[in-house]
Design a protein around this ligand. Sequence first.
Ligand SMILES: NC(=O)c1ccc[n+]([C@@H]2O[C@H](COP(=O)([O-])OP(=O)(O)OC[C@H]3O[C@@H](n4cnc5c(N)ncnc54)[C@H](OP(=O)(O)O)[C@@H]3O)[C@@H](O)[C@H]2O)c1
Length: 304
Amino acid sequence: MGHTVILGANGQLGSDLCREWASADSAYTPLRHADIDVCDEEAVRRVLVSLQPKVVINTAAFHKVEACEEDPERAFAVNAFAVLQLARSCHALGIRLVHFSTDYVFSGDAARPYAESAAARPVNAYGWSKATGEYFLRRACPEHLLIRTSGLFGIKGASGKGGNFVETMLRLGQERGTVSVVTDQTLSPTYTRDLAIMVRRLIDDGATGTFHVTNSGASSWYEFAQAIFERAGLSVTVLPITTDQSGARVARPGYSVLGSDRLQREGYGRLRSWREALTAYLSERAMRASVEGQSEPVAEVVAS
Ligand SMILES: NC(=O)c1ccc[n+]([C@@H]2O[C@H](COP(=O)([O-])OP(=O)(O)OC[C@H]3O[C@@H](n4cnc5c(N)ncnc54)[C@H](OP(=O)(O)O)[C@@H]3O)[C@@H](O)[C@H]2O)c1
């Protein structure tokens, strides 16, 4: 595969990609936000010229949905214009660029999973900034690999969101005993460890174009929360509410399940179900806590 640069290396997905590359003993350079700002075109170009990677994987993003709505300039700077500059540099230097996008590029009024070819029609600033990043990527770097994914949970937690949904639920559940969660947003929750393994396979095979990669199955946030408490062995009451009742200030797609049509068509099959992935995540989390000697509130993962 050759040398790989991983941008956003200490993020939720970035750290699992680094683990994957390290476990395969492949040469890679992890670059964190503290090492490089992807919006600094000159700095990015200098680093690429100096490291001469074969592949750049960009996980850097500004994806806190409410913050993107309040600060669209920053959302477009990180999620769109930085991608344009990166794509131009990679194309000029003969580097393959692998980039990530989101189910939030879709409007969410579909009745079945979105295919890779479905038209993007975002409903908020985050979605527009990511869709614009996709457009720039396709225009400026034809030899790209674009992976759309959804509802990420990984051991590092989304640094941009201050944890992930699983961690938020476990914390709120233990603090309050009751949580209210929306039933009218349906997605495919995805474990970053599983995603990282598939990303590696796609890169190894020289895949290009757009792929949807998520754990299999679909779930509302409400069902996801129920499964988290059930598998963690916690007795927490989950109250169903609508998005309107939640007081959300920003529109979100109602149904944003991504169909992994291309993965299946091209023989990669499907990732395991999100429920199995959730069990694996909770096991990994418990194991880490015991190795690190922390007091772990979720002592045992209840098998499905
Ligand atoms: N999280 C989800 O549920 C989800 C769902 C669908 C798609 N995605 C996409 O998946 C990708 C990875 O998401 P994630 O959950 O791994 O996010 P994450 O944990 O927040 O990681 C993103 C990383 O990017 C870094 N970053 C932010 N701005 C930067 C900049 N200007 N220059 C360099 N680095 C910068 C962040 O560093 P700091 O934190 O230090 O700023 C962080 O380490 C993103 O493209 C996201 O849009 C995520």
